[in-house]
Design a binder for this molecule. Structure first.
Ligand SMILES: [Zn+2]
Length: 142
């Protein structure tokens, strides 16, 4: 088995783990509290799913959540307003499957998140997301 070419996770386990986490987050509100971070951190590490603008958008979301402490509900509304008003003109999801960034090694991946209880889970997702943001902020796109 190969490691993930984008986040470096052992044996490509990141995708299965991500799917498993989404189920957990949708079925248990304690875990769901960090859903916004799970998705944004995963997307920033897996840029082949995104357009360039989409990647920059996800990184900005992480910054708004972690640095500006904006609540997810506020950002969802802001986003919806942008889409509804036609002001968001870019596409987030990429169809070509080419990574936007070339970074393939990260300090933390989704595999570093422990799931034994909601508190540990939320702490670990937050630590993973912070680490992703720190490293992603050093990536310059031309
Ligand atoms: Zn991966």
């Amino acid at each position: 088995m190969m490691n993930c070419p984008e986040c470096g996770a052992l044996e490509n386990l990141c995708k299965a783990r991500f799917d498993e986490f989404l189920v957990l987050e949708f079925t248990d509100a304690g875990y769901g509290a960090v859903h916004h971070l799970t998705v944004a951190a995963y997307m920033v590490q897996h840029s082949s799913k995104l357009t360039r603008e989409g990647w920059l958008h996800e990184r900005e979301l992480l910054r708004e959540f972690l640095v500006e402490n904006k609540p997810p509900s506020f950002i969802r509304k802001q986003n919806k307003d942008l889409v509804d008003s036609g002001k968001r003109t870019f596409k987030i999801k990429s169809k070509d499957g080419k990574p936007v960034i070339s970074k393939t090694t990260w300090t933390k991946t989704i595999l570093d998140v422990r799931i034994e209880n909601a508190q540990v889970y939320c702490e670990d997702v937050t630590a993973w997301a912070r680490s992703v943001l720190d490293e992603a902020e050093n990536i310059g796109l031309d």
